[in-house]
Write a protein that binds this ligand. Structure first.
Ligand code: SAH
Ligand code: SF4
Ligand code: F3S
Length: 445
């Protein structure tokens, strides 16, 4: 260990894994460390403190972090004063936490201990003994922490934390604790502030935004909250994720149709297309109810994009169950979907279930499903060629140098040639080419 090393860390870097919740939490960490007088650097080798904000949702997510820790440890040989702090969901999971400390993390802190990060870094700098700070209960104060949002067009705002759903495969209820909503006045304040800083698009975050409001003193639903946000000046678009299918209300569908600023995009993960598997997943709906919901949304908001998450190889998934998923995907035609191989997570119900599916079967199934879903997405995108789409310009593209990148309300990426001064503006673009994941266009004169 590095007991003799004297440290006074000045700079930090945050490597973020996992979902948008973590992206938002990393912004809070950066805000707090800035306030404590530290500056962020873009280069790993330069940072006095390397912070990993981790995800534990799948084994592969954890492996990425373990791999990175190995890399940083090598780097530490050259620069032993570097401190490693690991936060995020893995820190909250007992098995992963143990491994993190074994792998040389100097600070391990839970998603509910972010407010203590500057103090924990100070502590370990002074006495060089690793510290672990995890909270079993929940930090309600989190919402009042300062965040330093990355400069840009689009920002994330939490409307709630945690999750009560306990889908049988999922660690999130264990890492993020019980569901709790933020008061609407807090949310409105934060968005007004972001509007004042020039942000144009807000994505409202929650593991299940549709149950927003439960447990609050004020009587408010998610649809009611969305309606309340509409007259915040300067914000052009509102997005939200994720919508649990079991809690999507008619009121929400109405509100999406009624307000122009609410993007016509609903991410509502189906997870599986077999009723037997959905039951074992504890999802709280069956395929019939899901299809009814799709019909309702498409009747009320025909142009809405519907996207999904899907899991293949859940315990007990037979060929017939998987074919049901393929059939649902063909029938619904999702605009896009994230598809995962089931990954057993310690402490969840599904990890202890019989009939775990062999890896090779999972691989075969994911390949088949990806192929089908990609073909469908490409077909839908093709149908948009020669149409004119309203897009919000985000800035220069990272993948298509020299081009601007923008997004349709339905969450499609459109790249096109134009001046950077268009960033933050909503403009009309004619689609000239389409691919599976993005579109090319040209500005309408
Ligand atoms: N709250 C969101 C999803 C959060 S996790 C919701 O309910 O939709 C994001 C996605 O990861 C899930 O939708 C699910 O498809 C996937 N996922 C979660 N746990 C998983 C596991 N153990 N193995 C594989 N995929 C998993
Ligand atoms: Fe996990 Fe289910 Fe909660 Fe989503 S709703 S975070 S999948 S337990
Ligand atoms: Fe998100 Fe991963 Fe945690 S998906 S909530 S960072 S386990």
């Amino acid at each position: 260990m590095s007991a003799a090393i004297k440290r006074s860390p000045q700079s930090f870097i945050i490597l973020t894994y996992g979902c948008q919740m973590n992206v938002r939490d990393s912004e809070t960490m950066a805000g707090l460390l800035n306030m404590a007088g530290m500056t962020e650097t873009g280069a790993l080798e330069e940072a006095d403190v390397v912070i990993l904000n981790t995800c534990g949702v799948r084994h592969s997510a954890e492996n990425k972090v373990f791999g990175k820790l190995g890399e940083i440890k090598k780097m530490k040989k050259e620069k032993p004063e570097t401190l490693i702090a690991v936060g995020g969901c893995m820190s909250q999971l007992a098995d992963a936490r143990k491994k993190l400390t074994q792998l040389g993390a100097d600070v391990v802190f839970g998603p509910n201990n972010i407010s203590e990060l500057p103090e924990l870094i100070k502590q370990v700098s002074e006495n060089s003994r690793p510290v672990v700070k995890i909270m079993e209960t929940i930090d309600i104060e989190k919402e009042k922490l300062p965040a330093r949002h990355k400069p840009g067009i689009s920002a994330f705002v939490n409307v709630m934390y945690g999750c009560n759903n306990f889908c049988s495969y999922c660690v999130v209820p264990y890492t993020r604790g019980r569901e709790r909503s933020r008061g609407s006045a807090d949310i409105i304040d934060e968005i007004r502030n972001l509007a004042g800083q020039g942000y144009k698009e807000i994505t409202l975050l929650g593991q299940n935004v549709n149950s927003y409001g439960s447990g609050l003193k004020e009587k408010i639903t998610f649809a009611g909250l969305l309606a309340k946000l509409q007259d915040i000046e300067g914000i052009k678009r509102f997005r939200f994720t994720t919508s649990h299918p079991k809690d999507i209300s008619d009121e929400l569908i109405e509100v999406i149709g009624a307000y122009d600023k609410i993007c016509n995009h609903i991410h509502m993960p189906l997870q599986a297309g077999s009723d037997q598997i959905l039951r074992a997943m504890n999802r709280g709906y069956d395929t019939g109810q899901y299809l009814q919901l799709i019909d309702k949304i498409r009747m009320a908001v025909p142009e809405a994009a519907i996207t999904s998450d899907l899991i293949v190889g859940f315990p007990g998934e037979e060929d017939g169950d998987f074919e049901d998923t393929l059939e649902m995907v063909e029938r619904i035609r999702f605009d896009a979907a994230f598809i995962f191989m089931y990954s057993p997570r310690g402490g969840t119900k599904a990890a202890a279930m019989d009939k775990q599916v062999p890896l090779q079967v999972k691989k075969d199934r994911i390949n088949l499903l990806l192929e089908r879903q990609y073909a469908i997405a490409a077909e839908i995108n093709k149908s948009l060629e020669n149409t004119v789409q309203e897009v919000l310009v985000e800035g220069f593209s990272k993948t298509d140098p020299g081009k601007l990148t923008a997004r349709t309300g339905t969450n499609r990426i459109v790249n096109f040639t134009g001046p950077d001064t268009l960033s933050g503006q909503t403009i009309a673009v004619k689609i000239t080419h389409s691919g599976t994941f993005s579109l090319l266009g040209e500005m309408c004169q």
